[in-house]
Design a protein around this ligand. Structure first.
Ligand SMILES: [Zn+2]
Ligand SMILES: [Zn+2]
Length: 343
């Protein structure tokens, strides 16, 4: 089968190669991948800024169809349409696993960086991590289940969007657009999306289309002044920081209201980023961080995708795996919505 492999440590070393079709064990299924999403994490792996164990097939966001099942798999059938949590090799025994947090188990190694992933024609997955794609949901939309679950976990479950909230979303990339959709669906009264001038062409129009009430272009306006004005000086109830940039992180503390919440889902390009510590102190704000998804967030994400939210506007590019260099360049340029590979 064709597979996109990170062959060695260091910048780049990515090759489209012929790889053997994976063998499954008794508790696994083999999935024919239909669509797989390219994530900024893949770009961080390409640039050697994120942990990975080469040689490894890349890709952790996917949708597909079961084509083979292990002997002990009773609840799944060949032909079923599935997505899967990328929490493979979590030990099931440590404190985190026993408290239901397999997504941050020390032993976890996700498909796409820890073990072979979804940028290939076939992918093996343990049965307990599978979720069924609802009947009316397309494979394209289902490929966004993983980033949607990340946003559900951090923004809905942990930072709790409350009815009537004024929400500020920093960064209009796929996670920012999904946050916009999910905050509106959860009763936020107003959502303001902040981005740079490069978002003008595509990302801001998607943000408007999916319900953003205010668009703030930082090349034209100071977002801190605009949010102060829009909130009557009070600040936002909830700020979703998806950019991971020093200016975005600063802006999250500057724009949140006293006792407000900041949900951080943007991986920073550098390990140390300045934070206006005392301002956060004065504001008594809550800051939470995540880059993964809980078990419950997958059920919620799929229930929402099943007719309650529309993810189609977020998908801007569908390419073949042969065009991976172009796909990676488009994601790295941070101007598009979700970029998918079709298999
Ligand atoms: Zn991702
Ligand atoms: Zn564990």
């Amino acid at each position: 089968m064709k597979a996109l492999v990170k062959t060695a440590k260091g910048r780049d070393f990515i090759e489209l190669k012929e790889a053997p079709r994976p063998n499954i064990n008794a508790k696994e299924v083999l999935i024919a991948v239909k669509f797989a999403g390219v994530c900024t994490t893949d770009i961080h792996i390409q640039h050697d800024r994120f942990p990975y164990w080469p040689p490894v097939i890349m890709g952790h966001e996917f949708s597909g169809e079961i084509v083979e099942i292990g002997e002990e798999v009773k609840d799944w059938k060949i032909g079923e349409r599935v997505v899967g949590e990328p929490h493979t090799l979590a030990c099931g025994e440590c404190f985190l696993c026993r408290t239901g947090n397999i997504q941050i188990c020390e032993h976890k190694r996700s498909p796409g960086w820890g073990i072979d992933g979804a940028f290939a024609e076939f992918l093996r997955m343990p049965k307990h991590l599978l979720h069924k794609i609802p009947e009316n949901v397309t494979f394209e939309e289902a490929a966004l289940a993983e980033p949607t679950a990340v946003v559900v976990y951090e923004v809905l479950e942990r930072s709790r969007v409350e009815p009537g909230d004024f929400v500020v979303i920093i960064g209009p990339g796929p996670l920012g657009l999904l946050s916009t959709i999910l905050c509106k669906a959860s009763g936020a009264s107003r959502v303001a999306v902040i981005g740079t001038g490069s978002a003008e062409e595509i990302r801001f129009s998607i943000a408007r289309q999916v319900g953003a009430d205010h668009i703030i272009n930082t090349s034209q306006e100071d977002p801190i002044d605009v949010i102060a004005r829009l909130s009557g000086g009070r600040g936002a109830d909830l700020v979703v920081e998806t950019s991971g940039s020093p200016s975005g992180i600063n802006c999250s503390v500057e724009t949140v209201r006293k006792l407000g919440r900041i949900a951080s889902i943007g991986f920073a390009a550098q390990d140390q980023v300045p934070l206006p510590w005392n301002k956060a102190m004065y504001k008594n704000c809550q800051i939470t961080f995540t880059m993964s998804s809980s078990y419950s967030s997958w059920g919620r994400a799929l229930a929402l995708i099943d007719g309650r939210i529309d993810l189609k506007p977020v998908i801007t590019d569908i390419l073949s795996i042969e065009e991976w260099e172009e796909a990676f360049e488009r994601v790295a340029a941070r101007k598009r919505g979700k970029v998918l590979f079709r298999f």
